[in-house]
Design a protein around this ligand. Structure first.
Ligand code: GDG
Length: 489
């Protein structure tokens, strides 16, 4: 079956029998901010939003999330609801509010200084502060209450996102056992040895096991999760059936590799408008060189951005004939900047870029252009389209959507993907140049290999990956999860 927005919609209309679909996530899919020209609305840079917004647009329903924009309160009704997308309303966004203390403890603290480093094995020690944990618990309760309010006495499926909301499935089950819930884990699940240091591991696992279905990107994360549960809780783990049985209830645990809207991205990529945006971006970046490398990420220490800069240095050192001919454009939106580790990363990237640019720059050229601003989806596509190579060098990543977006957008015969082996995407995109970001010399060689590759070889590799991503698109991901959830009801 070829999954499209249309047949996903059909599946939901046919099978949901009037049940409500609720998505819950920390981050909202649309943020309203006020500026000099009044209120504007942006789509935040997150894999999750890129993935789920098309799904809700296709099927309607409610998205419950933290309202984080400074004009968010101004556009909602008395129940904190607003219809989105603003220019073509398709579904309800229900916002909930967090005060500064809650946000600090739950979001910056427990979610991003505890669970994020705990699950990404990148040698950054997690923090375990009891005060953060208490805020995390109370914010999870707030989410559960808001979801229950939206559901009322309707039949509902609730699709919960990620590590911010691990306690919500159990809270929903206790309050309303008729609701069917799935939780999708967007980041890696580490091995039991890594997870066992978490002082609240039992409560987190029990919270998650309140769901009927737990999804991870790849089988490896499923196996790690089942092993973690096996070693932590007194429950029955069925490794063959891939489920956990506790208190007479079963939670299925399955891999669902997330993806992108291939069709939409490739259509925008081939448009005349994108060509104009490409020319504008070249000008903005001041890039005159023939060959362009591109990286686009949230500035996060898991994404291997310094490692990428060092690889560019190694490459130019070994192949000086590319001096003046190759420019690497790193686009990165600042992320989680209230956390010291992220500030340090930002400083580290600045000083690396400064050092490398000083080493090689000529009067009219520098090797690395760092652009720290938010790009529109079309600008991102234009950026991919400009690239002779794109680098995804995560030290550890659940999936990595940038890799798949690049595959969809890139020009066949021109673009080459360098992809870290430590991403979920590496399991599917095997025609990329797989790299180990921890090995700078070999990484530098891979840049050279990409640039020296024949157009024919580039074309073959990219076409194979395009076919794969076109088939395994975001609608398939959502459709498979929803089908699995519906089968349980
Ligand atoms: C988590 C997991 C998993 C980036 N800059 C801009 C922008 N982006 C978009 C990209 C892409 C998304 O943000 C980033 O997605 P990733 O998947 O690469 O990474 P995370 O944000 O860490 O996502 C990850 C994902 O969840 C989904 O499950 O793949 O492993 O860590 O879509 O294009 N978007 C816009 N402007 C930017 O400047 N509009």
């Amino acid at each position: 079956m070829n999954w499209t927005r249309e047949n996903l919609k059909q599946l939901i209309v046919d099978k949901m029998n009037g049940s409500l679909l609720v998505v819950a996530s920390n981050r909202e899919p649309y943020i309203h901010n006020s500026g000099a020209e009044g209120i504007s609305c942006i789509v935040p840079a997150s894999g999750l939003t890129m993935a789920l917004d098309p799904v809700l647009q296709a099927c309607g329903g409610v998205w419950v999330a933290h309202g984080s924009g400074d004009a968010d309160r101004e556009v909602v009704d008395e129940k904190n609801r607003v219809m989105v997308p603003p220019d073509d309303p398709k579904y309800t966004l229900r916002r909930l509010w967090l005060n500064k203390t809650e946000e600090t403890g739950y979001y910056y603290g427990f979610s991003n200084e505890t669970l994020w480093p705990l699950c990404h094995i990148v040698y950054n020690k997690p923090k375990f502060e009891e005060a953060d944990w208490l805020h995390y618990k109370s914010v999870n309760e707030k989410f559960a209450k808001t979801i229950l309010d939206e559901v009322g006495d309707q039949k509902a499926f609730v699709f919960i996102q990620d590590y911010h909301l691990t306690l919500v499935p159990k809270l929903l089950r206790e309050a309303n056992p008729n609701i069917k819930t799935a939780l999708f884990w967007h980041i890696p699940w580490p091995n039991p040895e890594a997870f066992r240091i978490n002082p609240w591991k039992e409560e987190i696992l029990q919270g998650m096991l309140g769901a009927d279905l737990l999804g991870f990107h790849i089988q490896y994360h499923v196996d790690n999760f089942l092993n973690t549960v096996d070693q932590t809780l007194e429950v029955r783990v069925d490794k063959i059936g891939s489920s956990v049985v506790a208190g007479g209830r079963e939670t299925l645990v399955r891999p669902f590799p997330i993806s992108i809207d291939y069709e939409q991205i490739s259509r925008i990529a081939a448009s005349v408008e994108t060509e104009k945006v490409m020319a504008r971006l070249r000008k903005e970046f001041g890039v005159k060189s023939q060959l362009i490398g591109v990286g686009t990420d949230r500035l996060d220490y898991t994404k291997g951005i310094p490692e990428r800069m060092i690889a560019v240095d190694k490459f130019l050192e070994k192949y000086p004939e590319y001096i003046g001919k190759f420019t690497f454009v790193q686009a990165g939106v600042l992320s989680r900047i209230h956390i010291q580790r992220y500030k340090d990363l930002n400083d580290e990237i600045n000083s690396l870029v400064e050092r490398i640019n000083w080493k090689y720059a000529t009067d009219h050229w520098k090797p690395i252009v760092l652009v720290r601003r938010h790009f529109s989806p079309q600008e991102l596509i234009a950026l991919y389209r400009l690239a002779d190579l794109a680098v995804v060098s995560s030290l550890h990543d659940g999936m990595n959507l940038v890799a798949k977006e690049f595959v969809a957008a890139a020009e066949a015969g021109k673009g080459v993907l360098l992809l870290s082996r430590f991403t979920g995407a590496a399991r599917e995109l095997t025609e990329s140049l797989l790299i180990n970001p921890y090995a700078p010399d070999a990484f530098g060689e891979a840049i050279r290999a990409a640039l020296a590759m024949s157009p024919d070889e580039k074309n073959k590799r990219l076409q194979k990956m395009k076919e794969l991503v076109a088939e395994n698109n975001i609608y398939k991901w959502a459709g498979k999860i929803i089908q699995a959830l519906l089968r349980l009801s």
